[in-house]
Design a binder for this molecule. Sequence first.
Ligand SMILES: Cc1ncc(COP(=O)(O)O)c(C=O)c1O
Length: 404
Amino acid sequence: MATPAHPHADPAHDRAGDPSAAHSAAPSGDPFGWLDEQAELRRGAGLVRTLRPRPADSPLLDLASNDYLGLTRHPEVVEGAALAARTWGSGATGSRLVTGTTELHAQLERELAEFCGFEAALVLSSGYAANLAAVTALAPHGTLVVSDAGNHASLIDGCRLARGTTAVAAHNDPEAVRKALDTHRGPALAVTDSVFSVDGDRAPLAELAAVCRRFGAGLILDDAHGLGVLGAGGRGAAQAAGLAGAPDVVATLTLSKSLGSQGGAVLGPAKVIQHLVNTARTFIFDTGLAPAAAGGALAALRLLRREPARAARARAVATALHAGLTGAGLQAVRPDAAVVSVRAPSPDEAVAWAAACRAAGLLVGCFRPPSVPDGISRLRLTARADLTDAEIEDAVRTIVRTAP
Ligand SMILES: Cc1ncc(COP(=O)(O)O)c(C=O)c1O
């Protein structure tokens, strides 16, 4: 069911935030004294996060990064980044509207739009910024935004910053979206991840688009985990669902996962992109993407176009990981793309399981509250197109042997 609540007030939409957001400590002279209490609460709940700098030559087998196509260290991609830095300098030098648009940015936008099948594209400094731009610019006062309860934090924050109102719809439930849209007369949007980052499940995009069209609503889909993995040769979830280039569909991307670089983009009708250039605050008031990141992403995009089998291989690796783990009795969600999510009994056990994997030479992701929509902790594995069959078997053996 849709919940017509403002996302600020909705715990289902608050998982990116820290539960410490509110506090009632009396003034004590130390303006940050209340942080000690919050840190203690986190420790007690087993939810402390720490940074672990990785060395350049880590011997660990990596199933934790989002480098789905194994391109971040590909010589052509690294050379694309290095050449761009040598040609254009280390930084973009200004906002895209001032000095931050190089010919390289324009070329990347043309090729991204063409590859994914959209009329136009706009590159921003991150996928996060792209989602904030798309949602805020397309949902002014009077707009209803219907947002899936499992959406990524950046879409949620876009809803929070938008001047329109937000209704949170139950996860992957087109009927809930229909009911929410039916409550509203006026402009409306539905926003969804195409592939959800926690469980790797896919949104029912064709059904959502059909519901939106009944109400004249737009659809924004975040294809962070679909680009390079889904669709013909990795052209993404919109292409796979027959929605690429539709006048009522906007897609957002990150350049930091399958393209192995950094940055984000919005794809859509030319008039949407023009509107963003003129109004989107995370585009206008932000320095343009660094040339090296644009050059690396462009090189990766060209490589993917030349080697389309990489997309199918990433999906096949995910299927093989899932089959191995569930065959050994572990609970894992059947992957729709390249993310494989394995259930852990508790946050503490998830952390201990990931640590045991690391000690055995395998790097896996560990998701726990507040980064999960349902409070369930998981190991999160990413299938990489460049993993060998022996590495897949090895990874499965390690995860099974170290399971709590
Ligand atoms: C679904 C989704 N959308 C957006 C983002 C943000 O992209 P970026 O890391 O480029 O800011 C991410 C991941 O980081 C993501 O998983």
